[in-house]
Write a protein that binds this ligand. Sequence first.
Ligand SMILES: [Zn+2]
Length: 133
Amino acid sequence: MEYDELVSNILKERKENKSDRFNPPEVDVQQVGQKTVVFLDKLSKYINRPVSHISKYLMHELTAPGQIDDNGKITLGGRFSMRLVNDKIKQYIKEFVVCKQCNSPDTQMNKVDKNYFVKCLGCGAEYPVGRIK
Ligand SMILES: [Zn+2]
């Protein structure tokens, strides 16, 4: 599926289930041997951000290698607790989802060249967000 198509599907879904409270689901975390599996599917849909981008952030923050599979699941090399992973997710949401102008979570992220921009559907603000190395 094309990224744009994915985004518009997600937006449609969000409109249908629109709730006034922004309450992102906690992500499930399973430790398997020396690896940690994180389930990002539900969260990704809820916050309208691609699994690949959230994964990249987690890998960077936890300095762990990771592998994404088709079901929105990422396997990280190393053992990380559910608490730690969810703390990172909260940081991600603050950095890449919630509008820095008005705190609305109703935002879109667009990629222009190699840079990401967040556009707020509440107040109309648009600003660049950092690239994850
Ligand atoms: Zn805003």
